[in-house]
Design a protein around this ligand. Structure first.
Ligand SMILES: Nc1ncnc2c1ncn2[C@@H]1O[C@H](COP(=O)(O)OP(=O)(O)OP(=O)(O)O)[C@@H](O)[C@H]1O
Ligand SMILES: [Mg+2]
Length: 333
């Protein structure tokens, strides 16, 4: 069978990324141009600045991706781009660029859901992984526990009722003075601390999550006692949220009788969360999957991989494809 070369384009937030992926799972290049340094001084992503920087970067990032993969534009078989969820101006840059390339090269365009991309990152790292499995999506904007029934069918079993887990990491880090983005900084500092601070654990009867109470408790503790040991606070926060994630995952695994669990999204790069989930392999006889760190946060290889599966299932887009900032998983695939 002829190889299928997919060009992936990701621009939903503050990373301009272009990747070349062969047959869905073999990454030939994955260039990520991060704007973190630009947004750092504002303490978060400024949408207008993000869009402008995507416009400036996208052509060069694409050329670099082709060069590293050692292919020409004519070798591309299809183009997958993120069309939601994300920042509308940022998404529009990738969508417009992908449409122009698809029209010029006369190859199919595949609008791809960013969250579907985060899930698909696991297919790249674990060549043997096939649905069905459970996926705990823990990113900057989402906390979704999903039953991946097939490459195209997703059932959301539970989600956050307030803050996404990544948002909680970032807000806690900002309040205790660690800076942006907070996730990696909390990860590092927590290693020096002991989880000895009591924090509220939020549980619901169903499989939903809540992180705003924990975040507020930490903010209050820090305001009342600015000299509190920050490393202990970070360790306690990590232990608390990991406990909540694992509790719900175990409940869902039991309900559906599934023993394959994948983690996805930026927060799945967290070393404590990975370690605690891995313990389930021995303790609960489960198989745990997570992407390699570079594929956890936003990148175009995961979009090319998800797009490849949309393509082979006949789900291509036309030139009316538009950015959908609040696109839901499983919608309009
Ligand atoms: N080692 C880490 N530990 C904890 N959190 C981390 C780590 N590395 C990154 N993060 C967090 O991951 C988030 C970014 O992940 P990601 O790029 O998937 O989110 P996003 O693209 O902004 O949101 P979404 O994918 O939901 O649209 C940030 O909140 C960041 O703090
Ligand atoms: Mg993301």
């Amino acid at each position: 069978m002829k190889d299928i070369i997919t060009l992936g384009i990701e621009s939903s937030c503050d990373e301009t990324s272009v990747a070349v992926v062969k047959n869905g799972r073999e990454v030939l290049s994955n260039i990520i141009n991060s704007q973190i340094k630009i947004h750092e001084k504002y303490g978060g992503v400024v949408p207008e600045i993000a869009s402008r920087n995507h416009v400036e970067a996208i052509s060069d990032v694409t050329k670099e991706a082709l060069k590293e993969a050692n292919i020409r534009f004519e070798d591309i078989d299809n183009i997958a781009c993120t069309y939601g969820p994300g920042l509308v101006g940022a998404l529009l840059v990738g969508v417009s660029y992908a449409k122009a390339l698809s029209y010029t090269l006369n190859v199919p365009l595949i609008g791809t859901n960013h969250i579907q991309g985060h899930i698909a990152a696991n297919y790249i790292t674990h060549k043997e992984l096939e649905p069905p499995f459970l996926c705990m999506i823990i990113s900057g904007g989402h906390t979704h526990l999903v039953h991946i029934k097939s490459y195209e069918e997703y059932e959301i079993l539970g989600k956050t009722r307030d803050d996404a887990i990544g948002e909680a990491f970032d807000k806690v880090a900002r309040v205790i003075g660690l800076g942006y983005p907070g996730g990696p900084k909390i990860d590092k500092l927590a290693k020096e601390g002991i989880p000895n601070i009591q924090l509220p654990k939020t549980h619901f009867d169903n499989l939903d999550f809540s992180f705003s109470g924990i975040k507020t408790a930490i903010i209050n503790l820090h305001h009342k006692n600015p000299d509190i040991n920050k490393a202990d606070l970070c360790a306690s926060f990590e232990e608390n949220v990991t406990h909540i994630l694992i509790d719900n995952v175990l409940k869902a695994a039991k309900q559906l009788n599934i023993d394959k669990i994948a983690l996805a999204g930026g927060v799945s790069a967290n070393t404590y969360i990975r370690e605690k989930f891995l313990e389930l392999e021995k303790k609960n006889n489960m198989k745990i999957y997570y992407p390699e760190p570079i594929l956890c946060t936003d990148n175009a290889a995961m979009i090319a991989c998800a797009g490849y599966y949309n393509y082979i299932n006949g789900k291509c887009s036309d030139m009316y494809l538009n950015a959908i900032p609040n696109l839901k998983l499983g919608e309009k695939l």
